[in-house]
Design a protein around this ligand. Structure first.
Ligand code: DLL
Length: 432
């Protein structure tokens, strides 16, 4: 463990959260006109917030609020104290911009050090960091954390798959950091290039995140590389990676001494009790540059408060099922792409590469899943392919209750991602 606070008794943690929350509410009220206006409209003054129990009285903040205050109007620190700016690309509208003071950089590095400690990364480890460096928070977040724990970091960033493999082998990388889809792509190219994944490389663990990955996909990464799988979760608006990381028991602990999580009903906004699924909301309580009150992540998950075998008392979140805006409704049945992936990865004869194409036929949503078969099945002829197709369609019907059409495609034909994978093609006329 990096910091004893990770295993502090709950009363101590909640005491700290309450203290920090009160300070944060004072700060945003006096320094950010957007919050002053919102609080005033609701008739809330900072003194009304006495501790975490009053969190639910505060208003939500959304991505749209960040866009409306583009680029810097939600910052609570003067620009001469902002030492770093990141931004999300954003497919629609303006990008969201986030700013860090030096103290925020220290907080970020601290939570990233905690992340690495989940796999006991330290001096002597070689961290191959294939998250993109640049405006995306993945690259630089994982970079500074690795230096803090004393490991040697290779800032390879995304792309250039073959060269990455060469460096991983020659430098003796022990830790791999990248998206789950890129970890699989690296494995695939390594095999094509004639590497022996388990003997040519010294990898022992990896930190995978920035996109959902089903258990099947994780198992494929574990098995192909022969490594421990640790999950990293985070979002730029809150800090970047470092919001939560999974311990050796695979449980994703939230650094709640910095970011208070809540689960709400996405429709009514009501707070739901632990154990219930809903939308994850975060309030940052130590950030100076861009403090954020009850930020709606749109990520769907569940929180658990039972203690973990690893000794950490920090709350556990389940792996994100999907984003509320990625949820598909096919003939009235709600389904997340990660659930489709889960079903696919259980079937033999295909690769974990797939694309979901959604279209409308009359008033009904129509789902087509393009799945890439493996070389062996492809060589097996038309009979085997027909059988596989029927099997996949039946599995989706039986497990997810959806009628999806499967289209099998040749090995290595679907586009590979260097960062976050694009799994959905939405052709519906009203698509975002
Ligand atoms: O993806 C930060 C990050 C970088 C996390 C590297 C982990 C590793 P954004 O680009 O702002 O930040 O995207 C945030 O990505 O709201 C989730 O929908 C999704 N996401 C992040 N981590 C996970 C994960 C970075 N472990 C958005 N599982 C979030 C599922 C994830 N989705």
């Amino acid at each position: 463990m990096w910091n004893s606070i990770e295993a502090a008794p709950r009363e101590e943690l909640e005491g700290l959260q309450s203290k920090r929350l009160k300070e944060m509410v004072e700060r945003v009220y006096h320094l950010v006109p957007f919050y002053k206006k919102k609080f005033d409209e609701l008739g809330i003054s900072p003194q009304d917030i006495r501790g975490v129990e009053d969190l639910k009285r505060l208003p939500f903040t959304t991505k749209q609020d960040l866009r409306d205050h583009y680029p810097f109007s939600l910052f609570a620190a003067p620009m001469d104290q902002i030492v770093r700016i990141h931004s999300s690309s954003g497919t629609t509208g303006k990008p969201t911009v986030v700013g860090y003071t030096q103290r925020d950089m220290d907080t970020w590095t601290e939570v990233m050090a905690r992340t690495y400690k989940m796999a006991n990364v330290g001096p002597g480890d070689i961290v191959h960091n294939a998250y993109g460096y640049g405006l995306f928070t993945g690259g630089l977040g994982f970079h500074y954390g690795a230096e803090r724990v004393g490991a040697s970091v290779v800032p390879s960033s995304g792309g250039f798959t073959k060269r990455q493999l060469l460096l991983m082998k020659d430098f003796g990388a022990t830790i791999l950091c990248c998206t789950p889809s890129f970890a699989l792509h690296l494995a695939e190219v390594a095999k094509d290039e004639g590497y022996d994944l388990k003997n040519d490389f010294k990898l022992r663990a990896g930190f995978f995140g920035a996109e959902p990955a089903s258990e099947g996909l994780r198992a494929a990464i574990r098995d192909e590389w022969g490594i421990d799988y640790h999950e990293a979760y985070g979002l730029s608006e809150i800090i970047g990676p470092g919001v939560a990381a999974s311990c050796k028991y695979g449980r994703l602990h939230i650094n709640e001494d910095h970011f208070i999580p809540e689960i709400i009903d996405p429709d009514s906004g009501e707070v739901l009790p632990p154990g219930e699924e809903g939308e994850l909301v975060f309030t940052t309580i130590t950030k100076q540059g861009l403090p954020i009150v009850r930020y709606r992540t749109k990520d769907i998950t569940t929180l658990h408060r039972e203690p973990c075998k690893c000794g950490r008392t920090l709350v556990v979140m389940e792996t994100v099922k999907g984003r509320s805006d990625d949820m598909l409704i096919v003939n009235g049945v709600n389904v997340f792409p990660s659930q489709v992936e889960h079903v696919l990865t259980k079937v033999e004869g295909i690769t974990p590469n797939y694309v979901i194409v959604v279209d409308k036929k009359g008033v009904l949503d129509k789902l087509e899943v393009w799945v890439e078969v493996d070389e062996k099945t492809f060589a097996g002829g038309i009979g085997a392919l027909e059988e596989l197709k029927t099997k996949l369609q039946n599995e989706m019907l039986n497990e997810l209750y959806i009628n999806a059409k499967v289209k099998l495609v040749e090995p290595k034909t679907l586009e590979r991602s260097m960062g976050k994978a694009q799994r959905i093609i939405d052709k519906r006329p009203d698509a975002k």
